[in-house]
Ligand binder design. Structure first.
Ligand code: PEP
Ligand code: MG
Length: 608
């Protein structure tokens, strides 16, 4: 391309459609903007004759894009084509991954006292006196200018974003950071900033983004705090149920460190960032009309049934505290025994490993009593940016240091899982297309770098490497050969590593005898195996398979009977209390489950 063409190249355009029921809302917009800003070319979005800068959160939000809308993304200038491609891939991923927050189903209730019905934010039960939220403005000395305060606020949010790993909570902090940066560009003084926040939140009133008004207020408080003007809330030092019209997302972190038993909010939606953070902290909470509730009276907050019982009878209190005690006793019992072995009543030891996806879930698994990692879903380790080799090595080293027994699965992208930096062709049936081990053919560089990082991090310890979506012995042999080549190229000794497969494609059931000759172990992925056995997509919104169908147990029996190498189970079925006795009966001796299921799975086994 000539220099002339490079600078005066035509703008690149693409039509993008909003497919998420939530519309193109703050969190995905922030992620989109964050990527757009990494390109020096101009990036704009046009919708219904309005064109805005797509590198600014609130300009993009001002298009109010809802499900079904399509807008034109235009990139112009240096690397315009690359920018368009990457933004398009990210946009598709964001739409695909944007979960609709469903109303939590309510249990029926029968209380003698008066009841106010509400909507559940976070399930649980609490009994405590009500406490009305109060906050006072406290003035302190600050030498910061408005611009400095703004940047400190942005930095604070960046730190919160990185320390919360890549979960829902982190995406909220990223969204707030981008929003603050975008609002800050338009204000020179605190007064201007306050006026802007006020104007923008007024515009959101009654719209689909109404719940984001608290984010604007939160950002205002964050900047004011840097300037010495802090809104400080006070909380009792005995258990309480907090009563408030709304809370700012920034309040939740502080609240979680108090003696709070529950929260009742008047004005928040289950989609608000405040609600997401309350769920993340596991604080029992509800939205309800709190007008007639008075401070200091003791109420029952039943966030299983979605009610506040505000004049509970002694019977009601008894019933609620029994439930509370039972919940806590169950959790406590399973939890206190979480580090003990899972031994059946007949004295057989079952090994309980964990399914983890990153350093933080691996640490949680250790805390929850896992005996090792049965499945490291490596595709979730770096969800946003392509990691460098060094960053990968560091993450693997941190995880490998936690346990003696570890199985790492190579990237399992495709189907319902995507990575913004791994472009896959658009396919009619992605679950039957480029997925799992097939990435060795389409993305050899990424796969080779991943293996190199794993080998380097393993530092001659024994480790299990597992290939996903294997459907033939040839595929396994090729993947293992690929791995050996990577080791040879970098002069790494991998003799101590074991290589095995996920059993999740039905063809493997008929090939076990041949696989026995080459693999070191099997791990049954019942999630995909079920999907492929019944030809029902695991994410299908309407069609559901019977997870406890005899077909699945027959398939597992076939594998266990024919295999001459160790077999474990790492699909969801491993933690299903109705399945556990059957799986043990079939001779399964190792289960790998999510960290939060470890204590209960062990307890379940003790009753078999
Ligand atoms: C499975 O398919 O059962 C499995 C454990 O893998 P994933 O859910 O990550 O596809
Ligand atoms: Mg799978």
């Amino acid at each position: 391309m000539s220099l002339f063409q490079k600078f005066f190249s035509k703008p690149q355009t693409k039509q993008l459609s909003i497919t998420s029921n939530n519309g193109f809302h703050l969190r995905p917009v922030a992620q989109f903007v964050s990527l757009a800003k990494t390109f020096s070319c101009q990036v704009t979005a046009t919708f219904k004759d309005k064109t805005v800068d797509a590198k600014g959160v609130n300009s993009l939000l001002s298009l109010s894009l809802e499900k079904g809308d399509s807008f034109t993304l235009i990139t112009k200038g240096k690397k315009a084509e690359e920018a368009l491609g990457e933004l398009y891939t990210l946009f598709e991923t964001l739409m695909h991954n944007d979960k609709e927050i469903k109303q939590i189903e309510k249990e029926t209730y029968s209380y003698e006292g008066s009841v106010i019905e509400g909507d559940i934010i976070s399930e649980g039960i609490a009994i405590a006196p009500l406490y009305t939220y109060t906050a006072k403005e406290i003035l302190q000395k600050s030498d910061l200018s408005f611009q400095e305060a703004l940047h400190k606020g942005i930095d604070e949010l960046e730190v919160l974003y990185t320390t919360h790993q890549k979960n829902d909570t982190a995406s909220i902090y990223l969204a707030q950071k981008e929003l603050l940066a975008s609002l800050g560009q338009k204000s020179q003084t605190l007064t201007e900033f306050e006026q802007l926040v006020d104007k923008e939140s007024q515009q959101l009133l009654g719209t689909k983004l109404d719940s984001k008004r608290s984010d604007y207020q939160d950002l205002l408080q964050r900047v004011k705090k840097q300037l010495g003007i802090e809104l400080k809330a006070t909380f009792p030092n005995t258990p309480f149920i907090l009563l408030a019209d709304n809370l700012l997302p920034g309040d939740i972190d502080t609240l979680a460190k108090t003696k709070v038993s529950g929260v009742i909010l008047k004005e928040t939606s289950p989609n608000s960032h405040t609600a997401i953070l309350l769920r993340g902290e596991g604080i029992t909470s509800l939205t309800a009309d709190t007008t007639q509730l008075l401070a200091d009276i003791t109420v029952i907050l039943d966030a299983y049934s979605g009610v506040v019982v505000y004049s509970p009878s002694s019977d009601d209190l008894q019933k609620a505290s029994n439930r509370l005690e039972k919940n806590e006793a169950q959790k406590a019992l399973a939890s206190t025994k979480r580090f003990e072995n899972a031994t059946t009543s007949k004295g057989k030891n079952i090994k309980i490993l964990a399914n983890v996806s990153d350093v933080s879930s691996a640490k949680i698994a250790k805390e929850e009593g896992a005996e090792g990692i049965g499945l490291l879903r490596s595709e979730f380790l770096f969800k946003e940016e392509k990691p460098t080799l060094e960053v990968q090595i560091q993450a693997y080293e941190e995880i490998f240091a936690l346990f003696d027994e570890i199985t790492v699965r190579t990237l399992d992208i495709g189907g319902d899982k995507a990575l913004p930096y791994m472009t896959l062709p658009k396919e009619e049936n992605p679950f039957l297309g480029i997925r799992g081990v097939r990435l060795f053919q389409t993305h050899p560089e990424i796969m080779s770098e991943q293996l190199q990082a794993i080998f380097l991090a393993s530092k001659n310890r024994s480790l299990k490497i597992m290939f996903p979506m294997i459907s033939s012995v040839k595929e396994f042999n090729e993947a293992k050969h690929f791995a050996q080549e990577v080791a040879n190229k970098h002069q790494l000794d991998i003799a101590q590593l074991q290589f095995g497969i996920m059993v999740e494609v039905p063809s493997v059931l008929f090939l076990i005898e041949s696989f026995n000759e080459v693999v070191d172990f099997y791990s049954i992925g019942t999630n995909d195996l079920t999907q492929y056995l019944f030809a029902i997509e695991r994410t299908h919104p309407i069609l559901k398979t019977d997870t406890l169908s005899p077909v699945i147990f027959d398939a597992i029996e076939t594998i266990v009977t024919k295999a001459t190498k160790p077999v474990s189970i790492c699909g969801e079925l491993a933690a299903n209390q109705d399945a556990i006795p059957k799986l043990l009966n079939l001779g399964i001796e190792t289960l790998s489950v999510s960290p939060k299921s470890i204590a209960n799975t062990k307890e379940e086994i003790r009753h078999v």
